[in-house]
Write a protein that binds this ligand. Structure first.
Ligand code: GDP
Length: 502
């Protein structure tokens, strides 16, 4: 396989130290037994507690997942609940968290990972909205025959309003005091954004909609408080609308969650790293695409330096300094061979030390500029740098399968890098760094269109940033900066109001 990586037997453990179950190496999912060979070996080993927890989860999924008797019974109960009043039989073991798709692919993947962590903490079964087309991008993660995708015609998703203004929203029931007697008083600035509805249904004992997306309100955020969280325990069906990596806030006010997270993830900043490598293996069609590209452009290199350039300006405009800033970042931190000031150095005919610079961006311009620089100038050491960009889609187009396929394939290709330079605030970059298991250099955001004085800085923690954490102290019933509670849950390096695990 790769020249840029291994092929050594020592590294040939597709289970990643027991993270993945032993059986079914490649039967249905070709990437499962192979993808680890192309990635830098992870410095993090999964804890024995995490491994046991995953095997237990897999057994639970086999008993309760879509298509099983228990699932069908639970689903029939749920459907009955829409039509009739009163109590229904509840299967105590099989409780579900149904993930609903929001936003771009990076956001989707980080929120699925967070939902799975929540499922592990609460012994729920994670199932995904089958309409999200995720099944075409990633393999079934759990061994056995039971899928994690809901059937396309899963009635509740077709008939219920499940969004910020849902009458079934957990936060709305808290706001109206129909679920728990409310002791929480939203701060003045939160009151304006509250949704007022006189038509809230009574909370059902069978299901609830949890809204944890960027536009959630004060009462939705009480999901992260102990007492409110406890009231969800008996409800067999939770529907979750989220585009956020909300794991950091699970640590703060729910002691049981904190204890369990500490037990499962002693390397606190490797949560997403383990979970993403466990859950997200490219499907066979994506894997074919990845391998064609890899074999053609990257496999001969002795190292891959991945660069992800995401400029959040709309309509997309080329930021004139970004290619230069990337190069400055690489040179200042010895990530790439330096471009020589003067001509004259001979370049060997068959260079052994070739670096492949893999650029991903919606726009072609940055990689073109970098390619031109390396074509026009030799490097100081005579080492060769080749520049590659798999696609330039122009703009985000989440509804199109071919577009998402490329986005996902590029996240995977970036995860084969030896070193990474990524853009601030981008979940696309978070997924690549988590899968890669390396701490990227993050480009410093420009201010007022000016190139920043420092080109980039390396992340201290590899875990993704939670972009919209609550600023509320559940114990003190008051607004608060939640980055001060635990030494390892702090503001993010790239998003100053965000929260992440260090
Ligand atoms: P974020 O917006 O950077 O947090 O990442 P998301 O993945 O949630 O949304 C951005 C979406 O835009 C991606 O999912 C892709 O659809 C598209 N996109 C952004 N950057 C790239 C890129 O470098 N390559 C490709 N193929 N698509 C991209």
């Amino acid at each position: 396989y790769a020249q840029h990586q291994f092929g050594d037997a020592e590294n040939d453990d597709f289970t990643l130290g027991g993270l993945l179950a032993k059986e079914s190496a490649t039967t249905q999912c070709q990437s499962r037994g192979l993808i680890h060979r192309l990635r830098v070996r992870s410095p993090y080993t999964p804890s024995p507690d995490l491994i046991t927890k995953l095997r237990d989860y897999e057994a639970l999924h086999q008993r309760c997942g879509p298509g099983t008797k228990s699932f069908n019974r639970s689903m029939a109960n749920l459907e009955l609940a829409f039509n009739t009043e009163g109590r229904h039989e509840v299967d105590g073991e099989c409780r579900y968290i149904v993930w609903l798709a929001h936003s771009g692919l990076g956001n989707r993947l980080v929120s699925i990972a967070a939902a799975f962590v929540y499922a592990l903490l609460t012994r729920r079964v994670l199932v995904l909205d089958g309409r999200s087309a995720l099944g075409e991008l990633v393999c079934e993660p759990f061994p056995g025959e039971v899928s994690w995708l809901l059937p396309h015609d899963f009635t509740p998703l077709l008939t219920l309003t499940l969004n910020q203004s849902s009458p079934y929203k957990f936060g709305l029931h808290l706001q109206q005091g129909t679920l728990l007697p409310s002791v929480r008083d939203p701060p003045e600035e939160d009151r304006k954004s509250l949704f007022h509805s006189s038509s809230a249904s009574q909370p059902s004992s069978l299901f609830s909609y949890i809204h944890l997306a960027h536009d959630y309100d004060f009462f939705d955020k009480l999901f992260f408080c102990d007492k409110e969280q406890a009231s969800l325990h008996q409800i067999p069906w939770l529907f979750l609308g989220s585009n956020l990596y909300f794991v950091p806030s699970l640590y703060l006010y729910i002691p049981e969650f904190r204890q369990e997270l500490n037990r499962l993830f002693p390397d606190t900043d490797a949560i997403f790293h383990h979970i993403s490598r466990y859950l997200f293996l490219p499907s066979n069609s994506v894997w074919s695409w990845i391998m064609r590209y890899y074999d053609a452009y990257l496999s001969k290199a002795s190292q891959i330096v991945g660069v992800q350039i995401r400029s959040f300006v709309f309509p997309p405009v080329v930021h004139p300094h970004l290619a230069q800033q990337t190069l400055r970042c690489a040179e200042e931190n010895n990530l790439l061979p330096k471009i020589a000031e003067v001509e004259g150095r001979e370049t060997p005919l068959s260079p052994r030390n070739a670096t492949a610079l893999l650029v991903t961006s919606l726009l072609p311009d940055y990689s073109e500029q970098l390619k031109k620089l390396y074509a026009d100038h030799p490097t100081e050491t005579g080492e060769v740098v080749s520049v590659h960009q798999p696609s330039h889609e122009g703009h985000q187009n989440t509804q199109a399968h071919g577009h998402n396929l490329k986005a996902w394939a590029e996240m995977c290709l970036l995860s084969f890098s030896n070193k990474l330079i990524t853009s601030p605030m981008s979940t696309f970059g978070y997924v690549a760094q988590g899968l890669a298991g390396i701490k990227p250099w993050i480009l410093t955001a420009a201010e007022n269109g000016e190139a920043p004085s420092s080109a980039c800085s390396q992340l201290v923690s590899m875990d993704p940033c939670f972009h919209a954490p609550p600023y509320y102290n559940c114990d003190g019933n008051k607004g608060d900066d939640t980055s001060k509670i635990l030494p390892y849950v702090k503001h993010c390096e790239d998003v100053e109001w965000g929260l992440k695990v260090f």
